[in-house]
Ligand binder design. Structure first.
Ligand SMILES: Cc1ncc(COP(=O)(O)O)c(C=O)c1O
Length: 447
């Protein structure tokens, strides 16, 4: 058995998803209806999501069966390898053992396809003809495009304008997989038109693109909305990452000391750590570090409050760390990490002290990504490079420990960003504490 590259067979692909919230029954603050200010029931979500996904969002069950039709597609690339980064270790002259879980090998290039396949499947089963969504980095949009064409549905993607121009080939990939793609804010929705009338040069944000996609879905009977991050059912679908990682570390004879992942809405991180949470609750000493950009420091500087998931206040209110739903992030090059909020589950785990949060600056993050690429040969997505930066920082402490990070995606469509870094054009930006405090003024009041 090769202890430096642990590959599971296709038959070892997890058959069930694991729901980490089953460890904390009744403790997760529920989503709140923006009108009634009361906890949401399944019927409130029915206009935008199919019922199977709504039930998964609220399930108290610890295990949820993965349908055969979903497994069949997941097995195109799953299980993903767990690899020991021996060349990176050598370059760092560290006595730490560094491993990475390689989620970049999916057809779309990231972990996002794990949930896209499941969401497309349940929408198809419910008779939906078209799915609307937003995308930041383009990883999610291309994943959903792949999943929709697989199940014979149309896909409409609102892509944050700054990414639409930074990553034109992500858009091409979505079109190859039959999706229609709009730069958001767009003229396709009344909310997009309103924003463009006020500010024709608006560069967009994830919160704004979500508003457009939700409006599109809610105003067409045959369409539903799909979210690639934040929500409980998305984290459920991503649990395959930690279920496999746990098995692979056992094969390697390792117990992890530190688990690291980047956080945008929180789902690759939660999916990567969730199966280890019971070990931590039993007293195993595992640090779990969620890494975000200093330019969008939701966990490290935001308050833990109820807030809307989108700019237009169309979504339910979620209890989460937030920079305010009208936060306009700077145009940093990790488009997938520019979200104002954080998944309620990750927020809950941070609040409980089970997960710690750190932020990194943009230039040091790209440097870490390039060192990883030079040593291990994979160009990481700028989002994933946040996890690499902190893994390197931890390895430099030379504690002889086992550090595992999630390589959430590759950066083959992020070359403009890498060019900008190499040409010295990237700026560091740290979101000021004062502005984060001001977010409190904009979040809705919930008793
Ligand atoms: C490669 C990659 N990693 C991470 C993220 C962040 O999302 P999440 O925190 O939900 O995993 C994104 C989002 O677009 C992404 O594309």
């Amino acid at each position: 058995m090769d202890k430096e590259r642990i590959i599971l067979s296709k038959s070892e692909t997890p058959q069930k998803w694991y729901n980490v919230m089953a460890e904390f029954p009744g403790e997760l603050p529920p989503p709140i209806h923006p009108g009634t200010k009361k906890p949401l029931g399944p019927a409130d979500l029915a206009p935008i999501f199919p019922m199977d996904l709504i039930m998964q969002e609220m399930t108290p069950d610890k295990w949820v069966e993965i349908p055969d039709d979903v497994l069949d597609v997941l097995k195109i690339w799953r299980p993903t390898p767990l690899v020991r980064a021996v060349h990176l270790e050598k370059a760092l002259k560290t006595n730490a053992r560094i491993y990475y879980k390689n989620e970049s090998i999916s057809p779309a290039g990231s972990h996002k396809l794990n949930t896209a396949i499941a969401q497309a499947y349940y929408n198809k089963k419910a008779g939906v003809k078209r799915i609307c969504t937003e995308t930041g980095a383009g990883q999610w949009g291309s994943s959903l495009a792949f999943a929709c064409q697989h199940f014979g549905m149309k896909c409409t993607v609102y892509m944050v304008k700054v990414s639409y121009f930074q990553k034109p080939y992500r858009k091409s990939l979505m079109r190859v997989w039959d999706a229609e793609v709009f730069a958001s804010p767009s003229k396709n929705t009344s909310y997009g038109r309103k924003i463009l009338a006020q500010d024709p040069d608006n560069q967009g944000s994830l919160g704004l693109a979500i508003s457009e996609a939700v409006e599109d879905a809610a105003s067409h009977d045959d369409a539903k909305y799909s979210l690639g991050s934040v929500l409980n059912h998305v984290i459920l679908h991503q649990s395959v990452i930690s279920l496999e990682t746990k098995k692979q570390l056992e094969i390697a004879g390792e117990k992890p000391d530190v688990l690291i992942g980047c956080v945008g809405g929180g789902t690759n991180f939660a999916g990567f750590v969730s199966a280890f949470v019971p070990d931590k609750l039993k007293g195993q000493n595992i640090r779990m570090i969620a890494v975000e950009p200093a330019a969008c420091p939701t966990l490290t500087k935001g308050p833990y409050e109820y807030d809307f998931g989108d700019t237009a206040q169309l979504t339910p209110m979620l209890k989460m760390y937030t920079l305010g739903h009208d936060f306009m992030p700077p145009g940093i090059h990790a488009g997938g990490l520019r979200y104002h909020g954080m998944s309620p589950i990750v927020s809950f785990l941070v609040k409980k002290g089970l997960v710690e949060a750190q932020s990194t600056l943009q230039k040091a993050t790209f440097e870490a990504g390039i060192l990883f690429s030079k040593t291990e040969g994979i160009l990481p997505a700028p989002e994933s490079a946040h996890a690499i930066k902190v893994a390197i920082d931890e390895a430099k402490k030379n504690k002889g420990n086992c550090i595992v990070f999630n390589l959430s995606g590759h950066g083959h469509f992020d070359l403009t960003s890498y060019d900008n870094f190499l040409d010295g054009k990237l700026e560091d930006f740290e979101y000021p504490e004062e502005l984060a405090k001001q977010a409190l003024k904009n979040v809705p009041k919930v008793e």
